[in-house]
Design a binder for this molecule. Sequence first.
Ligand code: 13P
Length: 267
Amino acid sequence: MAPSSRLPLVMGNWKMHRGGPDGADLARAVLAALGGRAPAGVEVVLLPPPTAIAPVADAIRGTGVRLGGQSCHAAEKGAFTGETAAPFLAALGCGFVLCGHSERRRLSGEDDAAVAARVRAALAAGLRPVLCVGETLEERDAGATEAVISRQVAAGTAGLDAAAAARLEVAYEPVWAIGTGRTATPAQASEGHGTAREALSRGLGAAAASAVRVLYGGSVNPGNAEALLSAPGVDGALVGGASLEAAGFAAIVKAAAAVRAVPATGG
Ligand code: 13P
């Protein structure tokens, strides 16, 4: 594969934490740890709970740090109590939204079709969807890792044209590595990313697929970030728990920028 020219992307998924005024506090702390703005050579995105998006937007304005949502509904409005529509996120300054995070798939019953509908809703609202995929431990043990990743990527991207593909991100998050402290090895991450990219190529064509960033997620921390971000095919990180600690998250961001400052050797 040709050396990657994809700009590394590091996202902090705060999950259901820091949803009040403490969200803006964390955003300010992240900024301070980054020296006041997003470093060159890496894209940095914070994903606060919906209730903290507006104050975090105020805190990061003009700093190059970007904002996204953790989920969106498929409809643009309607009687869906408790849900968040993609246009609402866009109106608050979000540029990204996660679609089909494994916690949504598992806890909120989002199946492949529901996730695909959310990807489309995100695109329609002008957001960049981050399609989350990954196998459970049972699926890995059963030898189904490749099949699961391929199915989730194919379903989530079915029918997207080249323009849509150019605005897509994918996150490979092995479910068994999320919040467990058990990280995929760089080799396992590369393997999963390769599978995801092959599925993207089959669905979107090789040219469109080659522009899609594939992030690794699952217990990324400052200690393992460099090794994971250096793994061939890994274009960035989707960070959960470690994104709640400003200095650690900033260290991961800096690791992503540093890894790509040297010529990439992997695809
Ligand atoms: P952890 O980094 O806490 O394992 O969470 C990963 C994740 O789910 C990010 O979306």
